[in-house]
Design a protein around this ligand. Structure first.
Ligand code: URP
Ligand code: ZN
Ligand code: ZN
Length: 460
């Protein structure tokens, strides 16, 4: 008898981080129920033929800023539009951020942020950001971990929400004691501020000065400082959006000492370079993001680090702003351009096209980087990030033959520009399931938003 909710995916090549196999997958009640060669379809309500396709666990983007409030208005994708773009790209879980107001209770800020995340097509969680330190911050961190399912805390070493070293060591000490994880935006914000002011005073106000005032040395220095503080406090550390070879070398040195230090990079640091700033404002403002784009040799190092697993995770840092009405606030002064760009839809396609198809990484490494390893690092491994019996049936059926050119016309993100415009991709998420629900079928959206908040554990 056909039973609703039972889906059978037949004839695909299943790709996991540690193996690839030809097998069928039976999904029941939103979970993976069976993985076996030749499963009979007599009970399945729906059978999907995945011949010639790859089948792997839904992507987990551990770094997105949807509906991020800034002085230039909120980032242009809210949870609904941004998560829609995510599922078109094969991402079924996103981790966004909770940034409290000064002295706001972290739990109160978390609850308000959860309300922002309505109508989400993906499952979601948050990294919570202590932006200062007071006598109750440690309590709030403990509550986040023990009661709220928040096991990672984001600290900034730049921007006006950046922590000084005293606050940094306090946060890492508190999180480390609970065996939680600190994620860090590592740039020396104070020195950058000095360089920015100097640049504007000297009349150097175009977008290329955004890059020139955020040199690699200030990323490298901050990464090194964060590592040293993490070491002293016995705190697990995840360095977000690593952009430079020198920064990576610091991380790799710490990893060789067997410290629990993880690294993330983003597709834009792998594929775009600093020469893009040498264009008129209209063309270069979209690349104003932090850290800035670097050199071709930095790209080479980042690709190499992916292949040897010293970078364990790919996040998009999705944070788009429209050129008109947002980025153009900085037409006469790059310091007024809101930092960030979109990319949530392209993480898998770009890494597949420019990583797997070029032989820089294997298909199994690809699955590890976009799904399995972020799941494990951020405490979702018992639920997501792999195709294993009992895990959520978040499944991507990947057509390796479909080719596209990224353009404003075919994008799903809500933004009037696209940093990847014109890039060719080969390989798309053809069908996507979230907890056994069909979300994308043959590249068409077939569901309403049904994402839920995920409580995360302390690793794995
Ligand atoms: O430029 C960026 N990356 N904007 C988003 C905020 C951040 O620094 O991650
Ligand atoms: Zn950042
Ligand atoms: Zn970010």
């Amino acid at each position: 008898m056909k039973k609703e909710g039972i889906i059978l995916i037949k004839n695909g090549t299943i790709v996991r981080f540690n193996e690839s196999l030809k097998a069928d997958i039976l999904i029941e009640a939103g979970k993976i129920a069976k993985i076996q060669t030749q499963i009979d379809d007599f009970e399945a309500f729906k059978v999907i033929d995945a011949s010639g396709k790859y089948v792997f666990a839904g992507g987990i983007d551990p770094h997105v800023h949807l509906d991020l409030p800034t002085p230039a208005g909120n980032s242009s994708d809210n949870f609904e539009s941004g998560s829609k773009a995510a599922v078109f790209g094969g991402t079924t879980t996103v981790i966004d951020f909770v940034t409290p107001f000064r002295n706001q209770n972290l739990i109160e800020a978390l609850n308000l942020r959860k309300a922002d995340a309505k109508n989400c097509y993906t499952d979601f969680s948050f990294h919570v950001s202590p932006i200062g330190w007071n006598e109750d911050t440690e309590n709030q961190i403990i509550k986040c971990i023990k009661e709220e399912g928040i096991s990672s805390f984001k600290v900034y070493m730049a921007y006006d929400i950046g922590l000084d070293d005293y606050e940094l060591v306090k946060v890492m000490n508190a999180v480390g004691k609970q065996n939680g994880l600190v994620t860090v935006h590592a740039e020396n914000g104070k020195v950058i501020e000095f360089l920015r002011q100097k640049s504007v005073l000297e009349g150097n106000t175009s977008p290329k000065y955004h890059a020139l005032t955020r040199p690699v040395a200030l990323e490298e220095e901050a990464i090194n400082r964060a590592i040293e503080i993490a070491k002293l406090t016995d705190c697990k550390l995840y360095v977000v959006h690593v952009s430079s070879a020198k920064g990576m070398l610091r991380i790799e040195k710490a990893q060789r000492e067997e410290l629990p230090i993880y690294a993330e990079t983003c597709p834009h640091y792998l594929l775009l370079d600093e020469s893009l700033y040498n264009q008129e404002f209209k063309k270069s403002a979209k690349y104003v993001l932090s850290p800035p784009l670097r050199t071709l040799s930095d790209q080479e190092k980042l690709w190499a680090s992916l292949s040897i697993h010293t970078i364990q995770s790919i996040g998009t840092d999705h944070c788009p702003f429209n050129l008109k009405g947002q980025k153009d606030a900085g037409i006469h002064d790059f310091t007024k351009i809101p930092n960030g760009a979109g990319g949530i839809e392209y993480r898998l396609s770009l890494l597949y096209t420019y990583g797997v198809l070029t032989g820089k990484i294997t298909m199994n490494q690809f699955v590890g980087l976009v799904s399995t390893l972020p799941a494990r690092i951020f405490g979702l491994g018992r639920q997501k990030g792999d195709l294993k019996i009992g895990l959520d049936a978040d499944v991507v059926i990947w057509n390796p033959d479909t080719e596209k050119i990224i353009s404003l016309e075919n994008q799903h993100q809500n933004c009037d520009s696209n940093i990847y415009e014109g890039l060719k991709i080969k390989g798309v998420a053809e069908t996507v399931l979230l907890r056994g629900e069909l979300i994308i079928e043959n590249e068409q959206l077939v569901s309403q938003p049904c994402g839920i908040f995920l409580k995360r554990g302390l690793g794995n």
